[in-house]
Ligand binder design. Structure first.
Ligand code: TA6
Length: 294
C-alpha cells in the first residue's frame, strides 16, 4: 500500500499524520525505523515496512475502502468473538470506527493507541459494557496488543483474534514451522487432527492449532526472508489460506491474491459464544502478536 502519496488531513507530529483513502482515515507513521498505516475504521493495521526492507503485511489490491466493509488484508481485529459463532462474522470491532487516543515516539519507534468503547450501536449487537485499546508499536518489529477491559457490572465472555495477513513471495514455496501438531480443522467440521510440524501448502487450509510454539516461522525463499510471529495471551494460532477457489469467491481479493498471502493469527478461539474467556467486572486481558523479519 503506497501510504506516501495519500493526501494529509492532519499533521500530528514529524512522524505521525492522518491521511485519507476513499474517505477512510489512516494513521500514517513515517519513522527512521519503519513506516506503517492503521485505519481508524476497524483499528486495522494495513501496512508495516521496516527501514530498508520489503512490506511485511499483505493487503488486497481490491480491498473495499468504504468505511463500512471489513478490509481484506492487514491485521483485522476480530472481537468480541472470532469466526462465525455469531453475526457479524468475526465480531463488530473490525467494522467499527476507533478513536485515536494517543501517539508517542522516540528514537526506537512510534506507539499508536486506538480505542473502542461500548455505544448504543454495540450494545444493540452485544449487550455488555467494555473498553478496548489497541496498542500498535512500530519499530524494528511490529507489536500489536489488543487490550480488553470489562467496564460492566456483570461478568461477560469473549473470544478474539489478531488475524494477520503476512505477505509472502509465493505460497507454494513457503515453509511454515512452529504451529505445533494438533489442530481443529475448520474444513472438516472442526475435527481434531494431528499433522506434521513443517508445512508446505498445496491447497486451501483453515486450521486452529491448539498448541503453537513460542515462535512461528514462515520461511520465504522468494522474498529471501523469514517472517517470525510471536504471540501471547492466546490459546491457539490459526493458519488460513483460501487458495484459488476461495480467492475467486471473494469480491475483495484478486483471483491470484492467495499466492502472495498467508494468515498466521494470534487467536483466543472458542467453539461458541459462551465458551470463550470470561472477564469479571474490572478485569482485563491482553492478546498480542509481534511480527518481524529475519
Ligand atoms: O481465520 C480464518 C477464517 O475464520 C476463515 O474461516 C476465513 O473465512 C477467514 O477467517 C476470513 O473471514 P472473513 O470473514 O474475513 O471473510
Amino acid at each position: 500500500m503506497d501510504l506516501q502519496s495519500l493526501p494529509t488531513l492532519t499533521y500530528l507530529s514529524d512522524n505521525v499524520t492522518i491521511v485519507e483513502k476513499e474517505g477512510v482515515k489512516i494513521v500514517r507513521v513515517i519513522h527512521d525505523k519503519a513506516t506503517a498505516g492503521i485505519t481508524l475504521h476497524g483499528g486495522h493495521v494495513i501496512s508495516f515496512t521496516p527501514k530498508g526492507q520489503d512490506e511485511l503485511i499483505w493487503m488486497s489490491d481490491t480491498a473495499i475502502f468504504d468505511g463500512k466493509t471489513a478490509l481484506r488484508g492487514g491485521i483485522p481485529v476480530c472481537w468480541p468473538w472470532f469466526g462465525r459463532i455469531a453475526a457479524p462474522a468475526h465480531g463488530f470491532a473490525r467494522t467499527s470506527e476507533w478513536a485515536l487516543i494517543e501517539h508517542r515516539e522516540n528514537d526506537q519507534g512510534v506507539i499508536i493507541v486506538l480505542g473502542l468503547n461500548h455505544s448504543p450501536q454495540t450494545l444493540a449487537i452485544w449487550p455488555f459494557q467494555f473498553q478496548t485499546r489497541l496498542y500498535v508499536e512500530i519499530g524494528d518489529k511490529l507489536k500489536v496488543t489488543l487490550e480488553t477491559t470489562n467496564t460492566d457490572e456483570k461478568a461477560w465472555t469473549f473470544s478474539a483474534a489478531l488475524h494477520s495477513y503476512l505477505k509472502v513471495g509465493n505460497i507454494t514455496q513457503t515453509t511454515t514451522t512452529g504451529m505445533g501438531v494438533e489442530y481443529i480443522d475448520s474444513l472438516q467440521d472442526a475435527k481434531m487432527c494431528q499433522g506434521g510440524s513443517t508445512l508446505i501448502l498445496t491447497d486451501t487450509i483453515d486450521r486452529v492449532y491448539t498448541a503453537p510454539e513460542a515462535q512461528i516461522q514462515v520461511q520465504d525463499p522468494v522474498l529471501n526472508r523469514t517472517l517470525v510471529v510471536e504471540n501471547s495471551g492466546h490459546n491457539s494460532a490459526v493458519l488460513w489460506n483460501p487458495w484459488a477457489q476461495g480467492a475467486q469467491s471473494m469480491a475483495d481479493m484478486p483471483d491470484d491474491g492467495y499466492q502472495t498471502m498467508l494468515c498466521v493469527e494470534s487467536t483466543l478461539h472458542a467453539p461458541c459464544l459462551s465458551a470463550g474467556k470470561t472477564l469479571q467486572p474490572g478485569g482485563s486481558h491482553q492478546l498480542v502478536t509481534t511480527v518481524f523479519s529475519n
